[in-house]
Design a protein around this ligand. Structure first.
Ligand code: BYC
Length: 473
């Protein structure tokens, strides 16, 4: 039987909070701080209710309820997926042992670090998207923005619960700091680079939910393998919510590409800016930017941190249990392509255990390709030759082997001068950003949509596109 969520409690939960008064009090002390942060840093648009889904159960079927909610009254709660009976550690030196319900002392610092990094991204994305509600292309999109934001807020709760429940005073201090750091703040920025970038327009939002939320899918997928069972169960449930965020990204970019393709056909030119559409080369530049800052989120290709996490059982590989190797990786090697100073590439064998960030990144890249394929299919269906593509993974990197090298989207290592001369063809320029921003005029009439994006093929929860997804003030 799936565990029902206690909605009468001040903090909805399925972790038996009422039985642990000390923890309950600590989290109830954090709750008003969270609400204060939400008021200050959450979505800027006032409204009388948004058609949102709220988790009501963690079981396989019917886990969410849909209805109009006044957003500050959203019930953010703590939900863990059902435990797997007799779950065993799937990898590393503790393989085959029962999973942990408490944290072994020697792994406390590493686990805390992983949970803090994960927790830091969740409120960061809400902050990055704070102003988007003022320029939504439709009520449907506005509703999706709120849905993504409230669930990222809930994912923050998920990490804060772990910090409070398992990491004592240090955990409580880290939970405070998650509200103190802010995206883009010069004094106390968010931890990872991509979460300090602006999400200044809706194309950037779709790209973020396609590329950056997808990093979230892979990072959560590898933390779900963790020997620390409460972390594993938290991530399993978060992944359920995350799927919708990526749907917003995938179909969002679909809809921009569709609209641009229609305008190219209609006006028989790729230069559709004057017709109120986003030119395909600007879409390509957005892909180049958002994909590469998301690649940075995987860390360096070789990482002793990642090797240690794996050996200890803290963070596994994507779909660890489906892999047919020994789940120890002490004997295996992988080939790594490295840029070298003379402008070429060298191939080197490195221990597989050191290359786990690369392993996860490769899974992610393969997944990202599926989006590009569907966007190109849309262009094909409109009889347009232009093709979108993922740039080379060494292009525009700030983290890892390629950081410090200038690499073109096709993987050629070039000098600084060549790179600077062509950069405007590869990454959004200030003019591109200003142009896209100029298109961002809010459309808040039911059933209407901005000119630069096609309407969605399906509404939310079987509702039509012209449904009143958001009741505006
Ligand atoms: N920016 O050994 P390395 C999501 C640091 S998104 C700044 O290669 P490691 C979401 C690194 O900390 C998913 N610094 O790193 C999406 C280390 O510092 P120290 C978020 C960086 O540890 C959308 C040093 O460089 N979750 O959920 O193997 C909306 C050496 O690096 C960066 C996670 O990331 C960077 N990009 O890998 C909402 C999961 N990269 O120790 C939410 C938890 C590296 O030398 N985190 N550094 O001081 C991890 O698994 C790992 O910490 C990382 C880094 C994959 C992030």
């Amino acid at each position: 039987m799936p565990t029902a969520i206690d909605y009468d409690a001040k903090i909805p939960n399925n972790v038996g909070l009422a039985d642990d008064r000390r923890l309950q009090r600590a989290l109830e002390g954090w709750q008003p701080k969270f609400l204060g942060w939400w008021g200050e840093m959450g979505p800027a648009l006032e409204n009388h209710g948004v058609y949102l889904r709220t988790a009501v159960s963690v079981g396989r079927d019917g886990w969410a309820h849909f209805g109009h909610v006044n957003v500050p009254d959203y019930r953010w709660g703590i939900f863990l997926a059902e435990p797997t009976p007799d779950r065993r550690i799937a990898f590393g030196e503790h393989q085959g042992e029962p999973v942990w319900q408490q944290i072994p002392g020697e792994y406390r610092a590493d686990l805390q670090r992983l949970i803090v990094i994960q927790g830091d991204t969740e409120p960061a994305s809400v902050e990055q998207q704070r102003l988007l509600g003022l320029t939504a292309p439709s009520l449907y999109d506005l509703r999706n923005l709120f849905q993504v934001n409230v669930e990222e807020g809930r994912h923050l709760w998920a990490m804060v619960y772990l910090l409070h429940a398992y990491f004592g005073r240090e955990g409580r201090e880290e939970a405070e700091a998650l509200l103190y750091r802010n995206s883009g703040s010069p004094d106390s920025p968010r931890i990872l680079g991509a979460f300090n970038e602006e999400t200044a327009d809706w194309l950037a939002f779709y790209m973020f939910t396609y590329f950056t939320d997808r990093d979230g899918k892979y990072q959560l997928g590898s933390l779900k393998e963790s020997a620390f069972d409460p972390l594993s169960r938290t991530c399993t449930f978060m992944l359920k919510e995350e799927a919708h965020h990526m749907m917003v990204g995938t179909t969002g970019v679909d809809r921009v590409v569709t609209r641009s393709a229609q305008l190219v056909r209609e006006h028989d030119t790729l230069d559709i800016a004057a017709c109120g559409g986003i030119p395909l080369d600007i879409i390509q530049k957005y892909i180049n930017f958002h994909y590469t800052v998301s690649l940075d989120l995987f860390g360096s290709e070789t990482s002793t941190n990642a090797a240690n996490y794996y050996t200890a059982g803290l963070k596994g590989r994507w779909q660890e249990e489906r892999r047919s190797d020994d789940h120890q990786l002490t004997e295996d090697g992988v080939l790594l392509n490295k840029p070298v100073q003379d402008g070429g590439w060298s191939e080197e064998e490195v221990p597989a255990l050191l290359a786990l960030n690369l392993d996860l990144r490769d899974e992610y890249i393969a997944d990202c390709q599926t989006g590009v394929k569907r966007w190109n299919r849309i262009l094909d269906e409109h009889g347009i030759d232009f093709r979108l593509a993922l740039p080379h993974p060494a292009f525009n990197r700030q983290v890892g082997l390629a950081a410090g090298h200038r690499v073109t989207p096709d993987g050629t290592i070039v000098d600084e001068e060549t790179w600077e001369a062509s950069r405007r063809h590869w990454l959004p320029t200030a003019e591109d950003l200003a142009f896209v921003r100029s298109l961002m005029q809010p459309v808040y009439e039911r059933g209407k949509i901005a000119s630069w994006v096609a309407p969605p093929v399906n509404g939310i929860n079987g509702k039509p596109f012209d449904y009143e997804y958001v009741r505006l003030v």
